[in-house]
Design a protein around this ligand. Structure first.
Ligand SMILES: *[C@@H]1O[C@H](CO)[C@@H](O)[C@H](O)[C@H]1NC(C)=O
Ligand SMILES: *[C@@H]1O[C@H](CO)[C@@H](O)[C@H](O)[C@H]1NC(C)=O
Ligand SMILES: *[C@@H]1O[C@H](CO)[C@@H](O)[C@H](O)[C@H]1NC(C)=O
Length: 529
């Protein structure tokens, strides 16, 4: 008897173990073609493969590290962003208004979504009959029609937010974002806003919410219906409902550098997930960095904007400024030649950025202020000179400057003097390095590596088949119930009736009394007559 019980316990333990370490099938989708987005997302995909899961990946960038359990569906040719939104305009762009920026995101989202749906390999996936997945992972960007894959494969959906929080993520999880303390995604305000900042924040947030719900999402719905109609049995759900059905959102945000905000168990911050310990540098770069006694300035405009797209006079100006420095300079420049190269400057088409920033001789990072590069600079405690160009780069730059580890320059107004002076200020005035080290320590202080945490939660969602308990019912309440407007209405009605009815009665009684008095007076006078 005793023996049998023990045996049963063992058996149950083994079954439990195997179900906990089982390999899942995951559909991983990053339809947006910008390389930086995929560079970030691929870290999550690689970690899932490392855990033994099977991944089918829909994206624009064939992997450089093939894996036996990775199946790729490459959207090709990928959407040509520069063709529709010329890079030339970006380098000369005046500050676009926040409203234009929002519309730009929506337009790009709709175009890249449709472009991906048109790919025959993606259509084959849409039409597939016998594929089975345990989870759909999608970049949380502007591709909501892809949520229909969750419905198609009848499995939970996890999204990964590349750019940080947006109000609609809160809404999908069941929180109404407090516009009094949470600035809109595009704004760089702190949580201490002046009256006019709060007014503008409320205005743009309301505009975003209304336009998104009644203009942008209906267009996404049209796309979803165009490509999924007939493939899924029964009527298609609305993307707005699919969005509120997302199980978990992993968001590129970190408590040490981003504002505190109300949250839900299904919203997990994974800022810094892409940062790994430094790897060995190529020998020539290692030697260049090691022997730089005055330190090194590292310059990169990121993976989308190429230094080669810059107007030639700007290239000449930057080279001239670099030539005046005592420091060595490493420039990620995407061509073999750049004309007259000063002796202290090294150019290379591709740089192991994380490993370079990790080198103790790097004194300064000149960056376009993209979110991933900024986080790497923060992690390695390197002061930054930011030259923002588009999108969220202005916002990131303002935040970095405010935190005291960065300065900023305007690309269109760049001069040799400005550049040299700002570089030297950042290197020689110690407060910048001090702030950089402080924020670096905060950024590194995590209970576990953000990527490990991300994988834990992704597996958690699969183990608990959607883990509906991570989301508040608030996501499904109509707004008037969420804001208690119905109760307020009842109270007001009650109060009104409580005052109005007695008042009305009193008035009537009063009138009756006066009437009575008057008629009795009349009677009296009649009698007297
Ligand atoms: C691929 O998946 C199989 C079956 O799930 C597993 O046994 C194997 O270890 C995986 N391969 C790698 C390299 O993880
Ligand atoms: C929401 O997700 C669950 C699985 O997590 C699924 O069973 C359900 O059908 C989904 N609802 C909609 C409207 O897609
Ligand atoms: C790139 O380098 C080649 C020579 O290697 C040169 O002819 C060409 O003009 C360069 N392009 C740019 C944009 O500098």
């Amino acid at each position: 008897m005793e023996m049998q019980l023990q045996w049963k316990c063992w058996l149950m333990f083994l079954i439990g173990l195997s179900s906990y370490s089982s390999a899942y099938r995951i559909l991983f989708m990053g339809p947006f073609p910008a390389p930086s987005h995929w560079l970030w997302l691929e870290h999550f995909q690689r970690d899932l493969l490392r855990q033994g899961h099977h991944v089918t990946s829909v994206n624009n960038h064939p992997t450089k590290q093939p894996h036996e359990n990775l199946t790729e569906i490459i959207i090709s040719p990928s959407f040509d962003i520069p063709k529709h939104f010329p890079k030339k305009n970006i380098f000369t762009m005046q500050f676009a208004s926040d409203f234009q920026n929002l519309q730009l995101w929506w337009t790009i989202g709709l175009m890249t979504t449709e472009h991906a749906f048109k790919d025959p390999k993606v259509q084959k996936l849409i039409a597939s009959q016998d594929d089975h997945y345990d989870l759909v992972i999608l970049e949380q960007f502007f591709h909501e029609a892809f949520l229909m894959f969750g419905k198609k494969f009848n499995c939970p959906v996890v999204t990964i937010g590349t750019m940080g929080y947006a109000d609609n993520m809160d809404h999908a999880m069941g929180i109404l974002t407090p516009w009094s303390v949470i600035p809109h995604l595009l704004l760089s305000h702190t949580d201490q806003m002046t009256f006019s900042q709060r007014a503008y924040n409320a205005y743009i947030s309301l505009y975003d919410a209304v336009m998104r719900r009644w203009f942008y999402l209906p267009k996404m719905q049209e796309l979803a219906e165009k490509y999924f109609q007939g493939v899924i049995a029964g009527p298609l759900p609305h993307v707005h409902d699919l969005e509120r059905n997302i199980s978990l959102m992993l968001i590129n945000s970190h408590r040490s550098v981003d504002l505190p905000r109300p949250s839900m168990p299904g919203l997990i911050d994974v800022g810094g997930a892409h940062i790994q310990p430094a790897k060995q540098l190529p020998d020539d770069l290692q030697a260049f960095l090691d022997k730089a006694t005055h330190g090194v300035v590292y310059f990169s405009l990121g993976s989308y904007m190429k230094s080669t797209d810059m107007p030639p006079e700007k290239t000449a100006l930057i080279l001239k400024a670099f030539g005046q420095l005592k420091q060595q300079v490493i420039w990620k420049y995407e061509n073999d030649s750049v004309g007259e190269l000063p002796p202290n400057v090294l150019i290379r088409k591709w740089m192991p950025q994380n490993d370079i920033l990790a080198h103790p001789n790097v004194k300064l990072f000149i960056t376009h202020g993209g979110i991933f590069g900024t986080q790497e600079g923060i992690y390695w405690g390197v002061p930054m000179l930011c030259i923002p160009l588009y999108g969220d780069q202005h916002r990131n730059t303002i935040k970095s400057v405010r935190e005291g580890y960065a300065r900023s320059l305007v690309f269109s107004k760049l001069t040799v003097d400005d550049l040299v002076r700002n570089i030297e200020t950042l290197i020689y005035e110690p407060q910048y390095k001090k702030s950089a080290l402080e924020v670096s320590q905060r950024f590194r202080d995590n209970p576990m590596h953000p990527l490990t945490e991300a994988t834990f939660w992704i597996e958690y969602i699969m183990r608990h088949r959607g883990a509906r308990h991570l989301k508040s019912q608030g996501a499904f309440l109509p707004l008037y119930q969420y804001l208690l407007l119905d109760i307020l209405g009842c109270v007001l009605l009650g109060a009104f009736l409580a005052i109005w009815l007695p008042w009305k009665m009193l008035k009537r009684a009063h009138r009756w009394w006066i009437k009575g008095e008057a008629s009795s007076k009349l009677n009296e006078s009649k009698k007297r007559l």
